[in-house]
Ligand binder design. Structure first.
Ligand code: KIV
Ligand code: ZN
Length: 501
């Protein structure tokens, strides 16, 4: 019998720290419910002291889900812990994740402290928190660069103080897989509380050198029994270990791996699409397990082999990760019930009024585009976010083509007043932005623009991500439309609506 490997999902905490990926509480609840269906054991719902929004999300997620443990992050500080306890009040299973930096770099430069004092602060925080919630997880930040002998002393003290889960983060993604594995092995061999089962070790690996998944697996092989992961591997900088990779590695290698998980792998694909869509964060096409090309064989030799026997080039069945080609397309003839059903598979439950609105938008889009896929549906669900914005695009008319000067005429609603302007440019997007800038006279510079067709076909919806600099800050915006220029202008306007001044 293999050991149970606990899956700790931090999409809504570490994942949500990515600039431009912030979710509102309703969206976070949608993701939390999808994580529950996926079968994760722990949902890290936020860092309550960091903002009222984070606090509120932990409260609402606690009410919305039943089975997973809800975890709240804190520093090793009493006021953080008090705030987290309050935020967790409605959770059925509550965990506080508290900790402190343990590498010499953190001790010296972050805390201007000593090794002994850091242990004292860790112990004091754990003791303060331990009777207030069901369980305490302790993190030794930058454990990846913490000397093993000292780390073992920290872990020993944390367990004696009452922590039952010890997180060993490779915060900077620096470790080599064998080095991280040796660290876990060293702790397993030198800390009594890990040998007698009073506590388990958890991995938390960042992907700065592309080794997060390899490090996590190395940690598991050497004794860790919890892994901290995010959907699509999102997270600070290059991201965290991705849930889908760990779940599928363990499934594909079940004969030799010492552990098994509770993950329902058929929910991986819808969860991935949901997170990507709500966070406006495209999944790279060649991303393992959930990239668009992960199961697409393009070379003749591969196609020939797959047609003869699918196992020649495929180690996973797409159905095992929830890709079912027959069920993902809806058309103008699909009814409300079909839409509702497909959305519920994607983890989206809508009230009747919102469903009716989405269905109307669905029919309008189905008129322009014959077949609607999951991404289109998720886009429509998020589309009414813009309805309450200060600046809204009323209409856009563009004349462009070879041998003509692109001209755009734009009509905007700004705080309920209508404004019109025209502009010329070196292309239709440039002309439209110039027209827009005649109405919104703010200092702003387009820093980056990414245009992405969602799947295939010239009638497809297109997604545009932009970064606009204003007042020394960079704002992230997103737009989508079957018209590429409209999508670009919508993305630009999305940024303007986020301007702080
Ligand atoms: O990467 C890290 O060290 C973290 C901790 C706060 C757990 O995210
Ligand atoms: Zn992290």
């Amino acid at each position: 019998m293999s050991d149970r490997l606990y899956i700790f999902d931090t999409t809504l905490r570490d994942g949500e720290q990515v600039p431009g990926c912030q979710l509102n509480t309703v969206e976070k609840i949608q993701v939390a419910k999808a994580l529950e269906q996926l079968g994760v054991d722990v949902i890290e719902a936020g860092f309550p002291i960091s903002s009222p929004g984070d606090f509120n999300s932990v409260v609402e997620i606690s009410k919305a889900v039943t089975w997973p443990t809800i975890c709240a992050l804190t520093r090793a500080v009493q006021k953080d812990i008090d705030c987290a306890v309050e935020a967790l009040q409605y959770a059925k299973h509550k965990r506080i994740h508290t900790g402190i930096g343990t590498s010499d770099l953190h001790i010296k430069y972050k805390f201007n402290s000593t090794r002994e004092e850091i242990i004292e602060r860790a112990v004091a925080a754990i003791k303060y928190a331990r009777n207030k919630v069901d369980e305490i997880e302790f993190y030794a930040e930058d454990a990846g660069r913490t000397e093993n002998e000292y780390l073992a002393r920290v872990v020993d003290a944390a367990i004696k103080a009452g922590a039952t889960i010890i997180n060993i983060p490779d915060t900077t993604g620096y470790c080599m897989p064998w080095e991280y594995g040796e660290k876990i092995k060293y702790l397993m061999e030198h800390v009594e509380g890990l040998q007698d089962g009073r506590a388990i070790l958890s991995t938390h690996c960042h992907n700065d050198l592309g080794m997060a998944t390899a490090n996590t697996i190395s940690g598991v092989v050497n004794g860790a029994r919890q892994v901290e992961v995010t959907i699509n591997g999102i997270g600070e900088r290059a991201g965290n270990t991705s849930l889908e990779e760990i779940a599928m590695i363990i499934k594909c290698h079940q004969a030799t791996m010492p552990v098994s998980t509770n993950i329902n792998t058929t929910k991986i694909w819808p969860s991935s699409r949901l997170v990507s869509s709500l966070m406006n964060m495209p999944v790279q096409p060649n991303k393992a397990v959930v990239g668009k090309n992960a199961f697409a064989h393009s070379s003749g030799i591969h196609q020939d082999g797959v047609l003869k026997n699918v196992q020649t080039y495929e180690i996973m069945d797409p159905k095992d990760v929830g890709i079912d080609e027959n069920s993902i397309v809806l058309t103008a003839r699909s009814g409300r019930a079909a839409l509702k059903h497909r959305l519920s598979i994607l983890g989206v439950e809508l009230e009747q009024e919102k469903l009716d609105k989405v269905y109307d938008a669905f029919l309008r889009l189905a008129d322009k585009k014959k077949e609607l896929n999951d991404d289109d549906l998720l886009m429509l669900v998020g589309a009414d976010k813009a309805e309450t914005n200060q600046v809204q695009l009323e209409s856009l008319q563009v004349t462009t083509g070879k041998g003509v000067t692109p001209i755009a005429a734009i009509r905007l609603k700004v705080a309920n007043e209508i404004f019109e302007a025209a502009g010329i440019g070196n292309g239709p997007v440039d002309a439209s932005i110039k027209a827009l800038k005649q109405i919104i006279r703010r200092e702003m510079t387009l820093k980056e623009m990414t245009i992405q067709a969602i799947s295939k076909g010239s009638d497809d919806l297109c997604k545009v991500h932009v970064q606009v600099e204003h007042d020394n800050r960079v704002y992230y915006g997103f737009g989508s439309d079957t018209d590429i220029v409209t999508a670009s202008v919508e993305a630009y306007i999305d940024c303007i609506n986020k301007f702080k001044h």
